[in-house]
Write a protein of this length. Structure first.
Length: 276
């Protein structure tokens, strides 16, 4: 596989398993600093991270890599209907190839919502010593009634209240982006979805960030992570914050990410593990 020719501000496309996926790079290359790989939420994409990747690169000194999964942003559409285990398939089938194309040395996986779940599944399923830590923002390991109710409300907003037009500003195929996510979560068979077992296999430090006003998930998700993880879990519960910590509490969230990153690389250096 051809490696990305990393440059700060570089944008491009990767061919992964027959899908063209958009990406962007910020900050130093993997050859000179650790990398933070950001995995977006269920309706996110490169553009919807807004200024966060550049802010995180500047605050941490790490390179930051972002990409849009199939179905999102300027990436190719995903194949519909999506299987109910689509997050596990993203983690096992797509993410390893993406990480290989970056040319990583050491990295932190930083995920939000669906992206956080994908990051956790990867770390709990794949032996990859390049991945040294996790930042999980609003992760979900199982369904909750209030979250499913919000997702049902999102369908109503998409059909009647202008959500489709708002998504069209960021996704070249808003129907593909929305239905690939929403129809899975509202499938009656998805109510029993649970991937908590991956937590049992985590062997790297984790920073978990959850908004206290998150309508899509509760503190129960974080407690599951705390109670089952073999490795250290730092928990940050943010007041006046909903489902999107980097939007609702930008400064506090970036400060926590920066502190976690700095602590992690100090530990790595103290153990004699090179950080570049």
């Amino acid at each position: 596989m051809t490696l990305i020719n990393w440059a700060d501000g570089l944008e491009g496309f990767l061919d992964i398993s027959g899908k063209s996926l958009e990406y962007a790079c910020f900050g130093p290359a993997p050859t000179t600093a650790p990398t933070i790989v950001m995995l977006h939420e269920g309706l996110g994409c490169v553009a919807l991270w807004r200024d966060a990747p550049a802010q995180i690169a500047a605050a941490t000194g790490c390179g930051v890599f972002v990409y849009s999964r199939a179905g999102y942003g300027r990436s190719d559409p995903t194949d519909l209907p999506r299987p109910l285990d689509y997050m596990s398939r993203e983690a096992v089938d797509f993410l390893p190839k993406i990480l290989a194309a970056i040319g990583l040395k050491q990295c932190i996986l930083l995920g939000h919502s669906d992206g956080a779940t994908i990051a956790a599944i990867y770390a709990g399923s794949i032996i990859d010593h390049r991945v040294r830590g996790l930042v999980l923002m609003a992760p979900h390991f199982f369904t909750e009634p209030q979250g499913l109710a919000q997702i049902a409300l999102a369908k109503d907003n998409f059909d009647k209240n202008g959500l489709k037009l708002r998504l069209a500003k960021y996704h070249q195929d808003p129907d593909n982006a929305f239905n690939g996510w929403n129809k899975v979560w509202l499938d009656p068979d998805f109510e029993d979805w649970n991937v908590s077992e991956v937590i049992d296999y985590l062997r790297i430090p984790t920073l978990a960030i959850q908004g206290l006003d998150d309508k899509y998930g509760t503190e129960a998700q974080i407690l599951e992570l705390e109670n089952r993880s073999y490795s250290p879990v730092d928990v940050v519960m943010l007041t006046d914050c909903g489902h999107s910590p980097l939007e609702d509490a930008n400064e506090a969230t970036i400060a926590e990410i920066t502190a976690f990153s700095e602590s992690l690389w100090k530990i790595e250096a103290g153990q004699g593990v090179p950080i570049s």
